[in-house]
Design a protein around this ligand. Structure first.
Ligand code: FMN
Length: 185
């Protein structure tokens, strides 16, 4: 196993940051803390796909991130739920790094065989998410729209709900159990 744990939260002491770091420590994973590494989520022309050229060379920063994804057999993305989505810094990592010719659109699916977990920490209660279809929407967007689209059918979304009303220990225990399900498997 060689895992990549990706996270995006401005505060290292956040529940999200603590859950990601603890899992990376437990499994000796490569921790990609997008804020700490000052990742720029804005797509520039250098990283814009050229639909006629799946072999396009992107920026050096993006190629370095692609290597970290390729090196991993398991990928966990640990994020706070902001407006029923991952935050912009995580979205930008997908926009820029999960790029044409690398994650999709190549003759040979490069990411096939990897396993993936999207772990979102949500302040609100599960009932609000299910009543409004937000869990389904996020599951379709992340598990199907990104993972499966990029040749990773073995992917899951787990949302840890109610972080604003539960104890930190309780939230972190649920997050750890979900991450163990991927990383110990
Ligand atoms: C900009 C912003 C948007 C948020 N949007 C949502 C939301 O759509 N649904 C929700 O349940 N919680 C939302 N929250 C609450 C976060 O999910 C919550 O702060 C987080 O799960 C708590 O963990 P943390 O300590 O890692 O921030 C939002 C918080 C922020 C700062």
């Amino acid at each position: 196993m060689s895992a990549l744990v990706v996270t995006g939260h401005p505060r290292t002491g956040s529940l999200t940051g603590r859950a990601a770091r603890a899992a990376a420590d437990r499994y000796g994973a490569d921790l990609l803390d997008l804020y700490a590494e000052k990742f720029d989520p804005a797509l520039t022309e250098a990283d814009e796909p050229d639909w006629h050229d799946p072999g396009k060379s992107y920026s050096a920063e993006v190629h370095a991130h692609m290597e970290r994804i390729e090196a991993a057999t398991e990928i966990a993305v640990v994020f706070p739920v902001w407006w029923f989505s991952p935050p912009a810094i995580v979205k930008g990592w997908i926009d820029r790094v999960w790029n044409h010719g690398f994650a999709y659109g190549a003759d040979r699916p490069r990411l096939a065989g990897k396993r993936m977990l999207w772990l979102g920490l949500a302040g609100g209660p599960e009932g609000y998410f299910t009543a409004n279809g937000f869990h389904t929407a996020m599951d379709r967007q992340l598990r199907i729209g990104v993972s499966r689209f990029c040749g990773i059918p073995d992917a899951a979304l787990h949302l840890v709900y109610d972080t604003e009303h539960r104890s930190g220990d309780d939230v972190l225990a649920e997050a750890a159990a979900a991450l163990d399900g991927l990383l110990a498997g």
